[in-house]
Structures are given as C-alpha cells and as structure tokens.
Design a protein around this ligand. Structure first.
Ligand code: NDP
Ligand code: MG
Length: 412
C-alpha cells in the first residue's frame, strides 16, 4: 500500500473500539490513527492516546479534556484534545479522514455517523442504533455522498460477505422506507432469505417466570461474546436480534419477512444467505469481532486480524433452533416496529435504551424492559422518518414517555 488510511475511532474506549485499535496496531504500514473518542473514560482514553498517538482526542466534558491534555503533555504527546458533541462530528467529517469506525453505543452515535456518511467516508458501522433510528436518512446520505457503508455487526458482515457484490450501502437514493422496501434489492439477485443467527444469549431455554429474577451481572455474562453492557443486555432480551433485523432490512433492502432469525448457540455460523436455486451461503469463524473489523478496514482486501483459526473438530457440532417469542417478546416488538415503519424503530430504540439503563441501575426488572418498550410504542404516534428533526423528536418523546411509565410502574 502506498498511502496509509487515516482512521477515526468513535467509541475508542469500548469493546469494539479496543478490538479496532488491536487490529490497527497490527498494520501500522496501512493505517494511521487520526482521532480517538470517548465519553467519560478518561484514563482509558489517555492509555489509547499514549499508545496510538492520534492527532485529535475527543471527550465529553471540558474538565476531562483539560485533564487529558495535561496528562498527554506531561508524557510528551501533543495530541489536540477537544470536547463535546460537535467535536465528534468534526473528527468524523474532517478532510484528513478516510475511514470512520462508528462504535459509540446508542443514539449518541447518530450525528457523527450521519456526518461521516455526508462527508463521503468509508463508514464501518458497529453502532446499529444509528441505523435503526434513522435508516432512511443514513442510507440516503450514504447514497447521495458516495460514502461506503460496511457492516461490522458480525451477522451483517457475514451476510455482506455472502451476498453478490454491491448489495449494501444505499447505491440509489430513496427517501422513504416504503420506496426502499418496494425496491427489494435482494430478491432481484436471487436471494430468498437472510438467515440471521442468534446465540440465544445467557438465558436461552429459560421460561418467562425464571427470567423475572435475573440480575444485571447474569444478563451481562454472555456465553460466547465479550461486549459492552448495553449490547450484552440486548442480547439477553433478544432485543439485539430485533435491532439487527431492522439493521438488515435497511442495509440489504429486505422486507422484515425476508429475515429469519435462527438461534445457533455455538456462534460459529455468523449468518447465512439463501438463494432461489436452493444454495445457502454461510460465513463461519470464531466469535471474535476483530474478524469483521479487519474485513471492514481492509475491504476489499483481507488482512490478519489476530483471530484464532477456526478448528471445526473442536467445534464438533452446529445446532440450530427457533427463537422463543413468548419468553423473549423484544424480537416481535422490533419486527412489528419495522413493519409499522416511520419513526416506530426510533421509538423502539429509545425506549429500549431507557429500559436497559434502568435495568442496569437496578430500577427495573428484566421483564420490565419489553413491557416498557411495548407501552412506549403504544403511546407514541408513528410519523414519517425522512427528516432528522422527526427522528430526534421521536427519540425525545419516547424517552419522555418511558420516564413517565417508569415513575408509575410498580418495580421502579
Ligand atoms: P461499549 O459500551 O463497550 O463502548 C461504547 C463506547 O461509546 C465507549 O467508547 C464509550 O465511551 C462511548 N460512548 C458511550 N456513550 C457515549 C456518548 N453519549 N457520547 C460519546 N461516546 C459515548 O460498547 P460496545 O463497544 O460493546 O458497542 C458499541 C456499538 O457497537 C454498539 O452500538 C453495539 O450495539 C455495537 N456492537 C457491538 C458488538 C460487540 O461485540 N461489542 C458487536 C456488534 C455491534 P466511555 O468508555 O467513555 O463510556
Ligand atoms: Mg451482532
């Protein structure tokens, strides 16, 4: 490679951020680190800056920025330290940047991800909530500004690898969800179904009654993947698979009924694509996010990700089963929200973020998350989601309704 690609890592102190920095460090001849961002983890951001020496670091508050600047100067590192939401947008859209890893968790990642798309960057999308909230807008920005959108979520990355080239990234602008679904890109390529695998999370096989008493630490103890706490709870409720179903619809122009969720407890088959001639293509590998991250960074080439090779004799067997919609209603809520269209997925996402935060704080039971999401979806009107203001209003309204419900709910 003649010229190194400059990379911004949004959410550098998180689980995906750390895996990204690990892959980048393996290939200093290919990549330079332009910017690293964090929310409040200033010690972790300091360590990352000392190791990777980015041009810019971004943190939430002015006080943390001053602390970080002083600590870096004392170590002889002259990274420019900025703070606040606008700085996140700036380091995503800067002319010097080639690749943006969107790995902030939740709705907080929306504006910088949109900015990266609008600036025509290669966007590596881990932050699924941004796409769930604003699918029409984000795909439209990608198409209009010639950005490249590569899915990092392991399932979508697997599907991307199993699809004919060019079926992701919003090649044609289409303002509404209805238009995009009518386009139905995958069917034109002989694809009949996207098979989205799910580990089933730590509570696979549990009844709704048994789930009532689970604790945050139990919910965060994922059997196969090591992840941030929010996505770990989402995996336990199966809301993660619901968000991923919506994500797949937007990325691949699929209808919700073309996406089948398949519980696969070993997490070795990362997802599959079924074709009209009976072929089913799958992508396999050890459950390690460095594989999709390396794929996104090097695309269309392949590089070493530091991932242990898959030993099929060690895996020995692959199991598949249907999800339990009764015990885990979040999957159905997400499917219904995608079918309702407009701002319904943004409402679902916001209510879920409030529900998960309340569960992690010990203020809401595990089953309360799905109940809260269902109540908030009922309380919020669905409007078109083709303008950013409509999406942000829906997000704010849903968070308000969630707080109202939490104040009235007995387990609060
Ligand atoms: P983590 O919680 O581990 O990390 C989140 C990152 O976002 C941290 O750097 C955090 O900073 C930063 N952050 C959090 N809130 C804000 C905010 N308000 N403003 C700016 N930055 C913020 O999450 P993960 O790495 O697990 O997940 C990141 C995204 O990737 C999520 O959308 C998740 O769904 C998705 N994903 C994750 C996978 C995984 O294996 N972990 C797999 C597939 C998708 P700080 O440390 O300072 O709080
Ligand atoms: Mg996933």
């Amino acid at each position: 490679m003649s010229q190194r690609l400059a990379v911004t890592v949004l959410g550098a102190t998180g689980s995906i951020g750390a895996s990204t920095l690990d892959v980048l460090a393996r290939h200093p001849e290919r990549y330079s680190v332009y910017a690293l961002t964090a929310h409040r983890s200033r010690d972790a951001l300091l360590s990352a800056c000392l190791r990777h020496q980015p041009q810019i670091a971004v943190i939430e508050t002015q006080a943390d920025a001053t602390w970080l600047r002083n600590a870096l100067r004392a170590a002889g590192v002259f990274t420019d330290v900025q703070y606040g939401a606008e700085a996140l947008v700036d380091v995503s859209a800067a002319a010097e940047v080639d690749v943006v890893m969107a790995a902030i968790v939740g709705a907080a990642g929306l504006l910088p991800t949109l900015a990266a798309a609008r600036a025509g960057k290669r966007v590596l999308l881990a932050n699924k909530e941004a796409l769930v909230m604003s699918g029409a807008l984000l795909m439209d920005e990608v198409a209009q500004h010639g950005a490249t959108l590569l899915p990092i979520d392991s399932e979508h990355n697997a599907i991307y690898q199993c699809l004919p080239a060019g079926l992701c990234g919003g090649r044609e602008a289409a303002r509404s969800q209805e238009q995009r679904l009518a386009k139905n890109g995958i069917a034109q390529s002989g694809v009949t179904q996207l098979l989205l695998t799910a580990s089933g999370g730590p509570f696979r096989g549990w009844s709704a009654d048994a789930l009532a008493a689970v604790t945050p630490d139990q919910a965060c103890a994922h059997p196969n993947w090591s992840m941030g706490r929010k996505i770990s709870v989402d995996s336990a409720t199966l809301m993660n698979k619901g968000l991923e179903l919506i994500e797949a619809c937007w990325l691949f122009d699929a209808r919700p009924e073309q996406v089948q969720v398949v519980v696969h407890p070993q997490s070795v088959v990362h997802s599959m694509v079924a074709y009209s001639d009976g072929s089913v293509l799958a992508q396999l590998g050890n459950p390690d996010m460095r594989t999709p991250i390396a794929y996104g960074l090097a695309w269309p080439e392949r590089i070493d990700a530091g991932v242990r090779p898959l030993d099929l004799f060690e895996v020995a067997r692959l199991d598949f089963e249907a999800p339990d919609d009764e015990a885990f209603p979040c999957l159905r809520l997400a499917r219904d929200a995608m079918q309702a269209g407009g701002t319904a997925p943004a409402v679902l996402n916001a209510a879920n973020e409030v529900g998960v935060a309340s569960f992690l704080d010990g203020r809401l039971g595990f089953g309360g998350i799905a109940e809260l999401v269902a109540r908030v979806l009922d309380a919020c009107p669905v409007v078109a989601a083709t303008e950013l203001d409509a999406v942000l209003d829906a997000d704010a309204r849903a968070r308000h309704e969630a707080q109202v419900w939490l104040r009235q709910c007995p387990s609060y």
